[in-house]
Design a protein around this ligand. Structure first.
Ligand SMILES: [Zn+2]
Ligand SMILES: [Zn+2]
Length: 59
């Protein structure tokens, strides 16, 4: 099984997290997804920083 990434704020996986989700870099609330470091990012910041989504295998 892939490592479970937990929300840095509530220690729950993305599907169970009820935190208000916004990008930790630009505070956007659009298209927010949990990433491998347990923080939420918008698509633009994810791409800019090359941060994989939670659940993505990192080689
Ligand atoms: Zn949370
Ligand atoms: Zn952002």
């Amino acid at each position: 099984m892939a490592e479970q990434v937990l929300c840095a704020q509530c220690d729950q996986p993305e599907y169970a997290c009820t935190c208000e989700r916004y990008c930790c870099l630009c505070l956007s609330q659009y298209g927010i997804r949990l990433c491998v470091d347990g923080q939420y990012y918008c698509p633009e910041c994810r791409e800019a920083c090359e941060i994989p989504l939670a659940g993505t295998r990192v080689h």
